[in-house]
Ligand binder design. Structure first.
Ligand SMILES: [Zn+2]
Length: 454
């Protein structure tokens, strides 16, 4: 049937607008409009991009990069973003007369930290630092994997070697988790770089005043909790240096002790109504909704940490016994938890009608970016924060769900010891904060208010 003139004009206008707005997009963007003459324009458009890519300093590598991303399950729109970043990077390399074989993580850092903030390149030239870093490290990985560039290891500095030994000490002697070790390593490195800059690493020159000045300097930008973590990291690092006989034992006492203001407060929790609204906010007719609902239940019904949800594996679930085994925990100790029926049903629904098919054992997987890879903690946090917004909850902290779970249990009579076991706390001190919000019990022990008689 012939379309009316007005309809054709509107359609052409949409096509024109889309072509202006989406300059540089792949053919997929045009598919909804897919009549024959338009497909010709798409081919032409694609060939223009291909010519531009071929003329780029990275040339044929971009084609290889595109295929690598496609096989890894990236969406076409994300492949396009990554290719634009690589194209931008290629132009910058050309101006600096750097051949592709010279690409290293240091060169990528220079591009991200020095060029991007003052980039004046012609469009399209993406400048989002985080995305550029991720895309270019993916490109570097591909180049190394395919042998297109030789993997060069930067020579280790004395600080690198010392931090490496400290990491070994934290793992083997202290049994700290990956996340804690990462923070401790970062804080200790920052202290050494601040203290010695480019001078020789002479640990015997560290004075008590250095530690006080460093904590004072970092206190200007860090929040109380992060500052407390910094002092804990420094103490651990100094203890390690003591075991190596590199510093005096008295130095440890010089790290300022900070008051634990956070622990003096009652933990923030969500009300029952807010929790119900949150769980109702997921659209469980979609695969994403089923996944996000099940992830949230892991926290509201079992009090799991974000990292514990991210590390859940299919092998951790025992359907016959209705248990969930947590192998990778913050404290490094395995935990066996009962699997609540509501969570069990949500997981079964996600496995049957949502989870992408893959050989990976991770329970929660990415559906888009790239499809079928395990969810990272940042992605889980983002999904739940979006649900907070839909449910009208004015909060961003995901740990509120764990606090709410613990508080509810304590108010229903669960003892502090059982709660500590469920939450995986190493010390009971961490669990006692939930006794501060148990208002019914606090009312029972409250003394009557003194009255004066007249
Ligand atoms: Zn630029």
């Amino acid at each position: 049937m012939r379309r009316s003139g007005l309809c054709a004009v509107v359609s052409n206008f949409r096509l024109f607008f889309k072509s202006r707005r989406c300059r540089g997009r792949m053919a997929r963007s045009w598919e909804p409009y897919g009549s024959k003459p338009r497909m010709k324009r798409v081919d032409l458009f694609e060939s223009q991009i291909r010519r531009r890519m071929a003329a780029n300093h990275l040339g044929i590598i971009l084609d290889e990069f595109s295929r690598d991303l496609e096989s890894a399950g990236y969406l076409r729109c994300n492949i396009q973003k990554y290719l634009r970043i690589a194209e931008h990077f290629g132009n910058w390399l050309k101006r600096r007369h750097l051949p592709p074989e010279k690409i290293t993580s240091k060169v990528i850092d220079q591009f991200v930290h020095r060029h991007l903030p003052r980039c004046r390149c012609p469009k399209p030239a993406p400048t989002t630092a985080q995305r550029c870093r991720t895309a270019l490290h993916r490109l570097l990985e591909l180049l190394q994997k395919r042998g297109l560039i030789v993997q060069r290891h930067e020579p280790l500095t004395p600080i690198d070697r010392l931090i490496g030994r400290f990491d070994h000490y934290m793992l083997q002697v202290c049994g700290l988790s990956d996340a804690s070790r990462r923070v401790f390593r970062r804080n200790s490195r920052q202290f050494l770089l601040w203290r010695f800059r480019k001078r020789a690493l002479r640990l015997e020159q560290i004075h008590r005043s250095d530690l006080v000045r460093f904590v004072g300097y970092r206190a200007k930008t860090l929040r109380p909790n992060s500052l407390k973590l910094l002092t804990t990291s420094l103490r651990s690092f100094l203890r390690f240096l003591q075991t190596e006989g590199r510093v005096k034992p008295t130095l440890l006492a010089a790290v300022p002790s900070l008051p634990a203001w956070e622990k003096s407060k009652a933990p923030l929790t969500l009300s029952r109504k807010q929790l119900a609204n949150l769980l109702r906010s997921f659209n469980r007719s979609t695969s994403l909704g089923r996944r996000d609902y099940a992830m949230t239940l892991c926290m509201t019904d079992l009090g799991l940490r974000l990292s514990e949800v991210a590390h859940l594996s299919l092998e951790d679930l025992d359907w016959r016994q209705a248990t969930l085994r947590l192998a990778k925990t913050k404290t490094g100790r395995e935990r066996l938890l009962p699997l609540p029926s509501r969570l069990g049903r949500a997981l079964a629904s996600y496995f049957r009608h949502g989870r992408p098919s893959t050989a990976l054992k991770s329970v929660f997987l990415c559906h888009h970016f790239p499809r079928g890879t395990p969810m990272r903690t940042s992605q889980i946090r983002y999904a739940i924060q979006k649900a907070y917004i839909h449910a009208g909850i004015p909060a961003t902290r995901i740990h509120l769900l764990r606090h709410s779970f613990a508080t509810n249990l304590h108010q229903h009579g669960t003892g502090v010891k059982e709660l500590a076991d469920l939450l995986g706390h190493q010390s009971l001190e961490s669990t006692t904060i939930y006794t501060r919000v148990n208002l019914p019990q606090l009312r029972m022990v409250a003394m009557p208010w003194p009255r004066t008689t007249t």
